[in-house]
Each structure stands twice: as structure tokens, then as C-alpha cells.
Write a protein that binds this ligand. Sequence first.
Ligand code: UDX
Length: 456
Amino acid sequence: ARHPQRLTVVGLGYLGATHAICMAKLGHRVVGVDVDPDKVAALRSGVLPFHEPGLQEHLDEMLATGRIAFTADLARAADFADTHFVCVGTPQKDGTNAADLGFVEAAVDALASRIERRALIVGKSTVPVGTARRLAERVAAQSRPGADIEVAWNPEFLREGFAVEDTLCPDRLVFGVDSDWALDRLIDVFDPVLGAGTPVIVSDLATAELVKVAANAFLATKISFINAVAEVCEATGADVGQLADALGRDPRIGSRFLKPGLGFGGGCLPKDIRAFAHRAEELGVGRAVAFLHEMDEINQRRRERMVDVVREFAGGDLAGTRVAALGAAFKPDSDDVRDAPALEVARMLSMEGAEVRVYDPAAAENAHRTYPDLDYAASLDEATRGADVVALLTEWPEFVDADPAELARNVRQRRVVDGRRVLDAERYVNAGWEYRALGQAESLTRTDAVPAVPRW
Ligand code: UDX
């Protein structure tokens, strides 16, 4: 076989579309499959259904080379290749902490009922440990005559905003396999990536599944740890920013993912730690990862804390207070609002009677779909006009770079709460603002500050 190969990628969401395009970029011929005909039509005509830096150029280029095609017809796709990647979502199941495996099972069943030769199904979705083994049995039970289908697991660690880089130059590859044959196939697929020196860990199926879940649990724990310390700092007057800086310089700790603030959100970390705890409970080892519930709670408490600080700033009552909510996305350079701390805080403020105006450079449309009743502004200028409190919720460069003197002319009262600790406190204070960062006990003001603009 060797390079290049024919591959299919089932599920064209964030992970699948990125994987399909990047595999074509590596030289393979790729067919991307999705049950949603609109998504297929969009990708065919070169439209990405989400925002991801750099990916559009690759899609255009791959469509032009003809190395990538998209279809809703799984039968054709099953016939096209011997290696099939499954990249469908595993959302949190309604009303529980468990992962919903419905899409994974449907994708695997659809492949297994159509494949008529020796083939490899490679799962990339984040799943509870034990799923791959169960899927392998499920496939064996429904294989057609002449088919010989193996299941392997190759977890994906990509971050939104860095999806292309993380796929083409990953920190490591993990191949969970049952046989040398499956391993050889994966080595052939990732040949150029491995050739660039990427370390590879070859393991059994369960280990490969668990690596992904454990990695996300560790990252979530690191963020919640520093946010727990931030709570203590707020109670004592210590500065969690300086503290995190000092901690992070110990190479055993490291400074990344140690940024205190509003906490984590997005389509992965929150649901993955819940599903991990849930799976461990099923396995009878719930005690081992019970701390993950605590990490989840610490994370949620940051959102409440943000609301508390804004309320304090507003004199104890949010009713009628105009709040400029800067950001809705769960992180900058993303239009994703799934479990976004920013959007949640905006909603909570609004529930308490604040007149919230939300502005986000990219996520407004998705935010509007999630909470249509919130008030959305079309620009930073519009969001801050007449505001009593400015709340920085997502650290978009546009907000970080904004000129506090210019903003000051726009607002009714110069009060800013920095939920991500990214604003230049000194510049704000010098421009007459009362500045408060999450994780600090006291707000900063210029002692000789000009009197705040009176309320009208
Ligand atoms: C994450 C993992 O990083 C990735 O490896 C995995 O495959 C999917 O989940 P992603 O959801 O794209 O990726 O977001 P990430 O950049 O990791 O940020 C997650 C959240 O943590 C964001 O809400 C971010 O604001 C927050 N965060 C991150 C902090 O609050 N502090 C930090 O120090 C780092």
C-alpha cells in the first residue's frame, strides 16, 4: 500500500472536516461523509461550516486538486477505501453526565453493514474507555460475508484555533490497535507526520481511549487548580496573577493552562470530565476520579464570582444596570459558544435584571441562536455606549487592544471587570477607570481620579 492511500472520514463536524482536509493535504485521496446533506453541499462548494484559521485555504486547494470529495452516500464511501476514520460527535447525554454514543454506533453500523472486504475502522471520537472493544464485537456480529473488519483507536488532541497545526504537526500520535496489520495501515496513513519525527505511542484500544480522556481531565484540573487558588487570593488580598507567574516558572509545573480567570468551556473539556467521572463510576472506580466533580464545580463558581463582582460594582443591585458584555465565545479566535463561560455570565447578569449588551467579533450568530433573548451589539462601540459596567469575558485581541481613554468617552461609568486578566490595569486606571480583575480582592482606582461621569 504505502503512500498515498484512499481514506474515508465519517462525520464532517469540527474534527472530521479538519481531519479529512488535512489527510488530503498529506497526499491521500479522501472522501468525507456526513448524514447532513447541507453540510456536504457546503463543503463541496468550498464553504466551511465553522471558523478555523488556515483551514479554508487548504480546503480550496484540496478541492482544486480533486484529492477530496464529499458525499452523503455512505455505501459509495464504504466501497471507496480500506481505511475509514470515524469522527462523529459524542455529546453529553441529556440529563446525565454520560457520553451519548448514538452517533458513533450509527456510523460504525452503517460502515459494517456495507463493507465487503478487509478493512480498518479507526475511531477518533472521544469515547468512554471500553467503547472500542464493544464496537469491535458489534462490527464482528454484523459483518457481511467476505468482510474482515478491525477496529483501531487514534485519539485526536486538536485545539480549536490551532486545528490544522495540531493535526499536521501533533505533539504525539497514539495508535490503539489489536494487530500488526492495523498498525501498519496507520503507519502508512501517517507516514509523512511520523517522518517529521512525531513520537508515536502504540497501545491497546483501552489505553488509546483513556489517553485522550486523561489529557483533557488533566488540563481541566490545571485550570481549576489555579482558579481555586484565585478564590483564596480574593479572600486574602494576594494577587493570583503574580502567583501563577511564580508557579509556572517551575518547569515541573509549567506556565501553560495555568491562566486564572473565568474558567474553561467549549465542546470538549466540560463534557469530557463529566463523562470520565461517569465512566469511572460505572467501572466501580468512581472514587479515583471523584475530584473531577470538584474541578467542575470550581469552574462553574468562577462564573458566579464574575456576576458577584459586577453586582458589587453596580452597588449591590443589577436591576437597570447597563452592562457591556465583551465576548460570547468560549475562547478568542473562535465562534464556538458551547458551554461558553462568557455567554453564561451574560445570561446570568440578564436574569438578574441587568441591561446586558453582548458583543463578540465572531460568535454573535451562534450566541443569538443559543440565547435569542439577549441584546446583541454590532460593535465594541455600540456595546459599551452608556454602560455602567464593562465586563471583559473573552480575551479577543480587539478588546485587549482597545484604548481605555476612547472607551471612557463612550460609557456612563468607568468601571471595568476583567474576567480574563488581560487588560492593562495601569492604562485603565490612568484613564480614570475603576479596574477590577477576577482573582483580586480589591479594585484599582487612581486616587486623584476625576469624578466619575454622573448618572443621568
Ligand atoms: C481542548 C484541548 O486543549 C484539546 O487538546 C482537546 O482535543 C479538546 O479540548 P479546545 O476546547 O479547543 O481544546 O480549547 P482550549 O484552547 O484547550 O481551551 C479550553 C478552555 O479553557 C477555554 O475556555 C479557555 O478559555 C480555558 N482556559 C485555558 C483557561 O481558562 N485558562 C487556561 O490557562 C487555559
